[in-house]
Ligand binder design. Structure first.
Ligand SMILES: NC(=O)c1ccc[n+]([C@@H]2O[C@H](COP(=O)([O-])OP(=O)(O)OC[C@H]3O[C@@H](n4cnc5c(N)ncnc54)[C@H](O)[C@@H]3O)[C@@H](O)[C@H]2O)c1
Length: 444
């Protein structure tokens, strides 16, 4: 059986217990045990994936910047990998198994959909989408392929053990019955509007492909002025390229909350903050959502705060402002405050004795994840299961992007998550999707 066929049939068999891990069939480290991977975005955040990708066959590289392409080929030591400047051509590279996408936010859902439609496993940097519609289309495609493809959205802080300790504390009743959750981030990058036209794009930069599906904005070197892995802060606050702090730290910090609450989509959203600017996402913003009950908790409220907006301190000795990016869970018997790697419980009042809480046995703790990117690579070769698959991550980002829609219309909106429709505001419904330049298809 050919290598790729084997991979498919093993994957198709899904959770079947008869399937041996490929490593055992092929011998660990054997060439045949490696995935044929394409890396799209070969500089900046792309470099965070070089380490794990060196263990696979990187057969294709894609970047709109030819200097960055050369950089990736040299650092990964893959001189024979085929180089592309257009990700649509790259995804048709023969023999691919998987793709890692580290491009600008406005292309993530496109690459994810096109890749899944071609039967490829996908690791996509956060945020998974730039509009509610994009999140939903990615989810539909993922659910269609759930027994065949492994997906992971790049919220790699999820591997911190604290995420699961927080989940266990909330689930096991350390704060009583869960009532509400808030997450926040303090990053502030104010900008007046799109940058003015300035000079010509350098010869090595395919600027039109960089703009991709978004409405055209003239070239300005300011969109490319950031250091490696930080350049996203040069463009992600402009509506046509990103979603500001929602897609930036919001993806990571809401993940800390989301991991503990088993939420799907909210039934309402509300947002307020800086006056609306049609070119730039708000710096200061707070958003509130109603989430229905599930099988272990009642209905809860979820909130997001950014850019100076903050939830109230739960107790005078706790100053939430000292936590740059954090989450707070409020329950009937206490409060849990967490940053990415540590947590604190404040029981309610003098009489709280915590007898209501029974810590789980060590053996019952949620097991440690051994590397977030590695989890995805293992899943591609094994049981296809990842922590931040495109169902989990599309729900998370759909909620956040819906909050931005509510902010834009300036009203609390009702949401029918099954239908993907705002129930009480026509203008808000129009804002669930973006318009694309001719020639670009979201679900190609
Ligand atoms: N998970 C994390 O912690 C983390 C950290 C930083 C960035 N990111 C995410 O990674 C992505 C990239 O961020 P960055 O700071 O590296 O940005 P960047 O502007 O430096 O872009 C990264 C690379 O992608 C290339 N690129 C951009 N658009 C492309 C396209 N359409 N096709 C092919 N190549 C393209 C760029 O030329 C560059 O080489 C963003 O979506 C950002 O949110 C995630």
């Amino acid at each position: 059986m050919k290598r790729r066929q084997f991979l498919r049939s093993a994957a198709l068999a899904g959770a079947g217990t008869l399937i041996l891990p490929r490593a055992r069939l092929f011998g660990a480290g054997a060439a045949s045990n490696k995935l044929n991977v394409a890396l799209i975005g070969t500089w900046g955040r792309g470099e965070a994936h070089f380490g794990v990708l060196r263990g696979e066959n990187v057969v294709a590289l894609c970047d709109v910047n030819e200097e960055h392409l050369a950089y990736g080929a040299q650092k990964l030591n893959v001189p024979n990998a085929k180089q592309y400047v257009d990700w649509r051509e790259c995804l048709d590279h023969k023999g691919l198994d998987a793709v890692v996408c580290c491009t600008t936010d406005q292309t993530h859902a496109f690459v994810a959909n096109w890749a899944m439609n071609r039967g490829l496993h996908v690791y996509c940097e956060k945020p998974l989408a730039n509009s509610v519609e994009e999140a939903r289309v990615v989810r539909v495609n993922y659910l269609k392929n759930k027994g065949r493809l492994a997906t992971q959205c790049g919220t790699q802080r999820h591997e911190f053990e604290n995420f699961n300790r927080v989940r266990e504390l909330v689930r096991d009743g350390a704060i009583g019955e869960l009532e509400s959750v808030s997450a926040w981030g303090n990053r502030q990058i104010p900008r007046p509007g799109y940058l003015p036209a300035k000079g010509e794009p350098p010869k090595y930069l395919h600027y039109d492909l960089w703009i991709g599906p978004s409405p055209f904005h003239p070239y300005n070197p300011g969109y490319f002025a950031g250091g490696p892995g930080m350049n996203c802060l040069s463009w992600n606050m402009y509506w046509d390229f990103g979603s500001g702090q929602i897609g930036d730290m919001g993806s990571h910090t809401m993940d800390l909350a989301w991991n503990a609450i088993d939420a799907a989509l909210p039934t309402s959203a509300e947002g307020k903050g800086d006056p609306f600017n049609p070119e730039v996402t708000p710096v200061r913003l707070e958003m509130h959502f109603d989430h229905p009950a599930n099988d272990w908790r009642k209905a809860i409220q979820v909130a997001w705060y950014q850019g100076g907006a903050m939830p109230e301190n739960p107790y005078r000795a706790v100053d939430l402002n000292r936590i740059d990016h954090g989450a707070m869970f409020e329950g009937s018997k206490g409060v849990l405050v967490s940053d990415f790697t540590s947590r604190l419980i404040v029981p309610n009042g003098d009489k709280a004795d915590m007898t209501y809480y029974h810590p789980r046995a060590k053996e019952a703790l949620i097991p440690k994840m051994h590397g977030f990117q590695q989890e995805w690579l293992n899943a591609c070769k094994g049981n296809l299961k990842t922590s931040c698959d495109f169902e989990y991550s599309s729900n998370l980002i759909e909620q956040m992007l819906l909050g931005l829609v509510a902010y834009r219309v300036g009203k609390k909106i009702g949401y029918d998550g099954a239908a993907g429709k705002v129930t009480d505001n026509t203008a808000a419904n129009e804002l669930l999707r973006r318009t694309y330049r001719p020639g670009w298809t979201l679900n190609g």
